[in-house]
Ligand binder design. Sequence first.
Ligand SMILES: [Zn+2]
Length: 194
Amino acid sequence: MKVSFSDYAAGAGLATDLVNTSPLVWKSAGEMLGDPAGLADFLNEHGIDHPTPTAADLRQVHHLRDDLRAVLEAGTEDATAAGANALLTRATTAPVLERDADREWQWYVATDPATPLADRLAVLTGTGLLGTLRTLGHTRFRPCASPTCDGLFVDTSRAGRRRYCMPELCGNRANVARHRARSRRKAESARGHR
Ligand SMILES: [Zn+2]
């Protein structure tokens, strides 16, 4: 597997999605990667080619998810860089300069074909986090703005105004909560004027 340093959004997005499969985030739904089949679906959704994951792969991916959460939560940019650098050392060979599909030269890190799944994912996510840190800065590593969610995310959008770890879900939940609070305040003030 080859990972390009310029394509950091894919790896950062994978890191965000993986961290948010945890029961720490999905308190009511629980573990989103409960068995190897669930992990296989997750890999397919993210276009990651891999033989059918084993129970050992799943265990190692759960560990990686904890490590990724720590990197996303790290309070300083130096700690984030150190954590993401450590992810890359798990499986990389030397960096290589190769042509991409447009025949432009790109830096890649490559992993050995025999590398275990979790270590490949460590390289993929670590590269994405380092690329985001270098290109967009540490303010792009954020907790979800929903008061009922413990998710984290890396914002690789151009504008950098993303607020939720799972925008459709947490954004809607927060909107519903705000709407309810507003209706409640209105009802209370209407009662107050009587
Ligand atoms: Zn969230």
